[in-house]
Design a protein around this ligand. Structure first.
Ligand code: BG6
Length: 514
C-alpha cells in the first residue's frame, strides 16, 4: 500500500487528541434551567480543565433574573462543583471566572439584546474572544424563533463583514426541533433566514456519547459482523431507552410532548439510523448524514398503527426502593393529561438489507432501571439436532450494543451445560469499556460543545434527518391524537403496559429485560 494511501474512514472522528477550541464566547440562553446546571456548565468547566478551551474564552449567561455578574458566577460555580466530571481545580476556575458575564432580560427585550451585543464587545476587548460567538438555545422550544430573530435583528447572527474579518457566529439548538414535520420545517426556514447552514448545530446529545460513536467503529472496522447484519440472519431489532426516573421538575416541558417526541424522534431514530445505514464513504458530515438520511427516508411506521404503536402512562408504584407518585399526580400535570410516558412503535425499513425485519423502538420513564441498548435478535438455527428437552433453555442468539450504563457489547448464544448429556443454555460473551480501556469517556456535552466551538459538524443531525424523523413519527402522533383511548397505565417500577407486551407477543416475540 502506498505511503499516501488514506483510508477514507479514518477522518475526522479519528483525532487521537482532541483539538483545542480557538478564542470565542459562548452565550447561553436558558442558563438557569436544569440542563445548564446539570450538564452544560459542568461540561464547559471539564473542557477548561482538560485544556481544551482557549485563554480567550468567555461565557455569557442570559436569563430573566435580576442578577449581578458575581451572583451568576456563584451559580455557575455551584453547578460545576456539584456536577463536574473532572476534579475541581481553583486555578482552572479562576481562569474561567475572568471570562464570565451575565445579561439580565427577557428574550423579546430589545434593550437586553443591545446589552448583550455591548457585553460581547467588552468581552472581546478584555479576553480576546476574536468576535467569535456561539449562541446556545437551551430554552423552551416555543422561544427558539424569538431568540433567533432577536439575534438577527441585533446583528449577532454574523454577516458578510464578520466573515471577511474571519469571525464566526454559530447557533446551537436543543431538541426538540419542532413538534411535527410542519413545525420543524417552519423552524428551519426561520433559522436559515438568520444563520448560514454550516453555522447551525442541532443538538442530539446521544450522538456525542462515546458508545454511540463506537457503533460506527463496531460495524465498519470489523469483518465479523457484516455478513449477519441483514434480513437473512436478523429476525428483528429492539432499541430500548429505559429510564427509572419520572419527569421530576420538568412538567412544563414534558407534558404535551411525551416520550415519542422527547426521545424517539431524535435519540432512538438516530440509533436506528446508525444501526441500519450503509457504510459511509467517510465520516465527514456530508457523507455520514447522506447515509443516515437514506435509511431514514426508507423507514416507515408499521402498517397497523392500532397494534404497532402503543403508549402508556406511569402509575404510582415502587421504584428504586421507594414509593413514587403516578404521572397524573406529579406537580404541574393536569389530571386529565394524555401525555405518554411510555411509547413503543414498530418501524420497517423498505430496502434490500432490512425488508421484513421489524425494528421495535421503546422509550419510557419509571421502568425498573436505566438502560439504553440496541439489540439485534437473530433468527433461530434452521435445524436443531438436539432433543427438545435439551434445547428448551435455548433462546435466540442476540448481539447487544449497550449504550449506557455499563457501556459495552454483548453476544448471547447457546452453550452446553457442563456435566450433562447435551443440555443447552444461553450464555453471554461480554466486552465492557470499563474493563478494556483505562480512559474514562467524556460526557456527551463536552464533545458536542467542543465541536461547536471548533465548527466540526459530523455529530449534529442535518435538517433532512430531522425532517425524515418527523415524517416517520407524524402518522403515529396523529393516530394517537385522533384516538379516544388514553395511554394505558403501568405501575412505576414495572416494564411497561400490557399493550406493549401484546404488541410483540402477537408475532411470537418478547421484549428484552435488559
Ligand atoms: C433527554 C430527554 O433528551 O434525554 C430526557 O429530554 C431524558 O427526558 C434524557 O431524561 C436522558 O438522557 P441520558 O443521556 O441520561 O440518557
Amino acid at each position: 500500500m502506498s505511503e499516501t494511501y488514506r483510508n477514507p474512514l479514518r477522518d475526522p472522528l479519528d483525532r487521537r487528541l482532541p483539538r483545542m477550541a480557538g478564542p470565542s464566547a459562548l452565550v447561553m440562553f436558558g442558563v438557569t434551567g436544569d440542563l445548564s446546571r446539570k450538564k452544560l456548565l459542568p461540561a464547559i468547566y471539564d473542557l477548561a480543565n482538560r485544556g481544551l478551551l482557549s485563554p480567550g474564552f468567555g461565557l455569557v449567561g442570559f436569563a430573566r433574573r435580576d442578577w449581578a455578574a458575581e451572583h451568576f458566577a456563584a451559580v455557575v460555580r455551584e453547578a460545576v462543583e456539584e456536577n463536574c466530571r473532572t476534579p475541581f481545580r481553583t486555578d482552572v476556575w479562576q481562569q474561567l471566572l475572568e471570562g464570565i458575564r451575565f445579561v439580565p432580560g427577557e428574550l423579546d427585550d430589545d434593550e437586553a439584546f443591545q446589552t448583550l451585543a455591548a457585553t460581547l464587545a467588552e468581552l472581546d476587548r478584555a479576553q480576546g474572544t476574536g468576535g467569535n460567538h456561539a449562541f446556545y438555545l437551551s430554552v423552551p422550544p416555543r422561544a427558539f424563533d424569538t431568540v433567533i430573530s432577536q439575534l438577527k435583528r441585533h446583528h449577532l447572527a454574523g454577516d458578510e463583514n464578520d466573515r471577511e474579518l474571519g469571525r464566526w457566529s454559530r447557533v446551537v439548538i436543543e431538541k426538540p426541533f419542532g413538534h411535527d414535520l410542519a413545525s420543524a420545517r417552519e423552524l428551519e426556514r426561520n433559522v436559515s433566514a438568520a444563520f448560514e447552514s454550516q453555522s447551525v448545530f442541532r443538538i442530539d446529545h446521544y450522538l456525542g456519547k462515546e458508545t454511540v460513536q463506537n457503533m460506527l467503529a463496531f460495524r465498519f472496522a470489523n469483518e465479523l459482523f457484516e455478513p449477519i447484519w441483514n434480513r437473512t440472519y436478523v429476525d428483528h431489532v429492539q432499541i430500548t431507552m429505559a429510564e427509572d426516573i419520572g419527569i421530576g421538575g420538568r412538567a412544563g416541558y414534558y407534558d404535551g410532548i411525551g416520550a415519542a417526541r422527547d426521545v424517539i424522534q431524535n435519540h432512538l431514530l438516530q440509533l436506528l439510523a446508525l444501526t441500519a445505514m450503509e457504510e459511509p464513504t467517510s465520516f465527514a458530515a456530508e457523507q455520514l448524514s447522506a447515509e443516515k438520511q437514506k435509511v431514514l427516508a426508507a423507514t416507515r411506521p408499521g402498517r397497523d398503527l392500532a397494534q404497532d404503536a402503543v403508549r402508556g402512562q406511569y402509575l404510582a408504584g415502587w421504584a428504586g426502593g421507594r414509593y413514587v407518585k403516578g404521572y397524573l399526580e406529579e406537580e404541574g400535570i393536569p389530571p386529565d393529561s394524555r401525555t405518554e410516558t411510555y411509547a413503543a412503535i414498530r418501524v420497517d425499513i423498505d430496502n434490500r438489507r432490512w425488508a421484513g425485519v421489524p425494528f421495535y423502538l421503546r422509550a419510557a420513564k419509571r421502568l425498573p432501571r436505566r438502560v439504553t441498548e440496541v439489540a439485534l435478535i437473530l433468527k433461530p438455527a434452521p435445524h436443531l439436532p438436539f432433543a427438545r428437552t435439551d434445547s428448551s433453555g435455548l433462546g435466540s442468539n442476540a448481539l447487544v450494543m449497550r449504550i449506557q450504563p455499563d457501556e459495552g457489547i454483548a453476544l448471547r448464544f447457546g452453550a452446553k451445560v457442563p456435566a450433562t448429556g447435551m443440555e443447552l443454555r444461553d450464555v453471554t460473551m461480554d466486552f465492557g469499556y470499563g474493563r478494556s480501556f483505562a480512559e474514562s469517556s467524556p460526557e456527551a456535552y463536552e464533545r458536542l460543545i467542543l465541536d461547536v466551538l471548533l465548527g466540526d459538524p459530523p455529530l449534529f443531525p442535518r435538517p433532512e434527518e430531522v425532517e425524515s424523523s418527523w415524517a416517520i413519527l407524524d402518522p403515529v402522533l396523529e393516530h394517537w391524537a385522533d384516538s379516544d383511548e388514553s395511554p394505558q397505565g403501568y405501575d412505576s417500577g414495572s416494564w411497561g403496559p400490557e399493550c406493549a407486551r401484546q404488541m410483540l407477543a402477537r408475532h411470537g416475540r418478547v421484549w428484552r429485560r435488559p
